[in-house]
Design a protein around this ligand. Structure first.
Ligand code: AMP
Length: 413
């Protein structure tokens, strides 16, 4: 995914070039190549790009370059992002790329006590990376003010809207100074996203990278048709193969994520689960154990896994297929970071057959069917009612509005 342009061609400050060299990055990714020159000139930007494309450096580097290097320490840059994990990672990027500059940043998110965050703000920072809820909380308490913001980034705008942050975002934007450089990133475009972007940006540069096709093409994808009760056995069989060195397993529910992790641990395969019911500390520990190799397997739900930046994932296993085809692309993209290739195994039981159909329409390809010990023709050939999950009594599904409103087989762009 690297380009022919070298970072040297982008006229970055020597301090930034040095930090990039330390990271081992020599060539910008396409989103970086397309965004950095315009951003260095001070333009606003709308970027259509997913996590994994190198978009964090695409905004971090020019902001670090343009931020005034002299004068008192004031809060000049605000990055809004939907999840704590993503916020922490963007904070890490500011640390890494800003290593040879004299800026301070802090990360602000909910779910933990606010004391340390307030302390960091009181000491003085140049950059804040925040999730919307806690940021508004601290603004209401007068612990943070945005009067001197010169650079504003709204990251993963589509996820922000999906997660119901729209009003929070509007409240934050209302407090920003008029004169500022604004950057807006979203993995997908919709009329609502467009409206939000227009309200925020002045004459922006448009940059679009299309990781959906490229990412999907780089990944070797396999489908395993299987009956539901055999899934755990197949998982064990696969995980006992040596070349599965670092595996991210996806389930649809928190409960299932726990069950799979428990099952693997019982069979002496060290694993942990991350999902929304786990404390921030438990999640951070699981991710760091996974990164360090302490555990080989991490089981996650879609929301929990969003934005986690873990390199060298050898395999993604979809223990359960997602009910939203876009999630499939997000999931398998975790095994092909910044241009490396990866492998994705997906288990499909009869009642998931229709999910698979939707996925294949979205990615515009048929996934290779794997021959294996537990192969189920019933799953493979399921149609009609048998190809969907059984209706769940009187439960309504109105909580997830997006799924309800989405046209069947629609392409969300
Ligand atoms: P992001 O899309 O910002 O989450 O970045 C995805 C991954 O690509 C991260 O692990 C980055 O550290 C890595 N990355 C970012 N820029 C480059 C680059 N120019 N060359 C190689 N890797 C990069």
């Amino acid at each position: 995914m690297e380009t022919k342009t070298s970072f040297k061609d982008l006229n970055l400050l020597p301090a930034l070039e040095r930090a990039l060299t330390e990271q081992g990055y020599t060539h910008p990714t396409p989103i970086q190549e397309k965004s950095i020159p315009g951003l260095l000139l001070g333009h606003d930007l709308i970027g259509i790009a997913q996590t994994g494309t190198g978009k964090t450096a695409a905004f971090t580097l020019p902001i670090l370059q343009r931020m005034p290097k002299k004068g008192p320490r004031t809060l000049k840059t605000l990055v809004l992002t939907p999840t704590r994990e993503l916020a922490a990672q963007i904070g890490d990027s500011f640390s890494a790329y800003g290593e040879f500059l004299n800026f301070k940043h802090t990360v602000i998110f909910g779910g933990v006590k606010q004391g340390r965050q307030v302390q960091a703000l009181t000491k003085g920072v140049d950059i804040v990376v925040a999730t919307p809820g806690r940021l508004l909380d601290l603004m209401d308490q007068g612990k943070i003010n945005l009067n001197n913001i010169e650079f504003f980034v709204l990251d993963e705008a589509d996820r922000m809207l999906d997660m119901g942050f729209i009003n929070d975002i509007k409240k934050v934007i209302a407090k920003l100074p008029q004169k500022r450089q604004s950057l807006f990133f979203s993995a997908t475009m919709s009329p609502e996203i467009n409206k939000l972007a227009k309200s925020l940006l002045t004459d922006p540069i448009h940059v679009e990278v299309t990781p959906q096709a490229t990412t999907v093409e780089l990944i070797k994808q396999h489908i395993f048709f299987i009956d539901r009760p055999s899934k755990e056995h197949l998982l064990l069989e696969l995980l006992r193969q040596k070349h599965l060195t670092r595996v991210l397993i996806f389930t649809r529910t928190k409960h299932k994520a726990n069950r799979v992790a428990l099952f693997l641990n019982k069979h002496d395969i060290a694993s942990d689960a991350i999902h929304g019911n786990k404390s921030q500390n438990a999640r951070t520990k699981a991710i760091s154990d996974f990164k360090s190799g302490e555990i080989k397997i991490l089981v996650a739900t879609d929301i929990a896994a969003r934005g986690i930046d873990i390199d060298n994932i050898s395999h993604v296993i979809n223990f359960e297929l997602p009910n939203e085809p876009e999630s499939y692309v997000h999931r398998i993209g975790r095994t092909a970071r910044a241009g490396t290739d990866g492998v994705a195994y997906s288990f499909c039981s009869a009642e998931e057959r229709e999910y698979l159909h939707d996925i294949e329409i979205l990615i515009k390809q048929k996934i290779k069917v794997e021959d294996h010990t537990f192969h189920s023709e019933t799953a493979k050939n399921a149609t009609g009612k048998a190809a969907k999950p059984a209706p769940k009594g009187n439960r309504t599904f109105s909580r997830n509005k997006r799924s309800n409103n989405r046209p069947k087989h629609g392409f969300r762009r």
